[in-house]
Design a protein around this ligand. Structure first.
Ligand code: NAP
Length: 305
């Protein structure tokens, strides 16, 4: 495909995608937050990708939202709470029929973006790749994973999927992207908030399995009520499998809390509780969990939405 990849956000995943696409010879343009970020980026001279023991440097061109050129394809690589404001700043630049790839974890932000962009195609992504910034514009590829992509409104895959294969980005198109996003959200709701409240690694939840199982029971009912029965299949077993497989890790929410960063609670547990309320489904354990998490984040001076 000829048109450029615009990538908003030179954070962990945005930088990881930008480096691999640039390495494969694809045209990439980074969109940074403001002139100050652009100046800092120019001084850094590009992005650095650190994978295994190898470091490589990519002088990916960058701009701010105020650049005038049209955008045909945009990877939105910011946090869920930044997605709607970020896209609002780019609306004048979106070409008719532009394709937006939404990398956000959780649910809710995708609809916020889609409501603002009726003339664009919104493609949802769910990724298990792991990356973090070692320094500004220097990304560490920390965990091999996979990215599912799909469009709940249109089953036809986009032609640029080949770009991802050329770039060595493990990805596949699915007609069930909502099932995957709901399942990931349910796993997150059953594990991440408890790791914050008990201040433990994922494996620490082995000492709180009653609590975990109670949450899984409510989450399974919720998924069925939301029309996602496949996402509810064997949820409790899968949650236990993930806890065991990632026992030594700190969850992303725990890492955010520890680093004093805003969490994506509004699009994870918050979304689950809002959906339950909309369906008039009582979920007392999830509600209690959300309230405890809100209190805990507020006590640390962190945003609770
Ligand atoms: P991140 O490291 O915080 O990067 C987000 C980047 O977006 C930041 O550089 C941020 O800039 C930038 N940004 C926000 N609003 C912007 C705007 N209006 N214009 C330009 N840039 C803007 O986040 P991440 O870890 O890559 O995560 C992105 C999404 O992927 C999240 O929903 C996350 O849950 C999901 N995810 C991440 C991983 C992972 O391993 N990192 C894995 C799976 C899923 P500032 O620094 O100025 O705020």
């Amino acid at each position: 495909m000829s048109s450029s990849w615009h990538i908003l956000g030179a954070g962990s995943l945005g930088s990881l995608w930008a480096c691999r696409l640039a390495r494969a010879g694809k045209a990439v343009q980074l969109i940074l937050r403001d002139q100050r970020a652009l100046d800092a980026y120019q001084i850094a001279g590009g992005l650095t990708l650190h994978e295994q023991e190898r470091r490589s440097h990519y002088a990916v061109p960058a701009q701010t939202a105020s650049a005038g050129t049209p955008i045909h394809r945009l990877l939105l690589a910011c946090k869920a709470y930044d997605a709607a404001p970020a896209i609002a700043g780019l609306l004048p630049r979106l070409a008719p029929g532009a394709e937006l790839i939404l990398l956000q974890n959780g649910l809710g932000s995708q609809d916020e973006v889609a409501e603002q962009t009726p003339h664009a195609r919104c493609i949802f992504a769910s990724s298990t790749e792991g990356a973090f910034l070692e320094a500004p514009f220097a990304v560490r590829f920390a965990g091999q994973g996979f990215t599912w992509l799909g469009d709940p409104l249109q089953a036809t895959p986009p032609a640029w999927l080949d770009d991802l294969h050329d770039a060595g980005i493990p990805a596949q198109w699915t007609v069930d992207i909502l099932t995957r996003l709901w399942r990931k959200l349910a796993l997150n709701c059953a594990i991440n908030p408890l790791t914050v409240l008990h201040d433990c690694r994922n494996g620490g939840l082995l000492g709180h399995l009653d609590e975990v199982e109670g949450l899984c029971a409510e989450l399974s009912l919720l998924l069925q009520r939301c029309g996602q029965p496949d996402a509810a299949q064997d949820l409790a077993e899968d949650v236990q499998r993930v806890i065991l497989a990632t026992a030594a890790n700190y969850s992303s929410m725990h890492q955010d809390m520890r680093a004093g960063r805003r969490t994506e609670i509004h699009y994870l547990l918050g979304h689950a509780c809002r959906c339950a309320a909309r369906h008039q489904l009582p979920v007392p354990r999830l509600e209690h969990l959300r309230q405890r998490l809100v209190d805990s984040l507020q006590a640390r001076g962190l945003p609770s939405v």
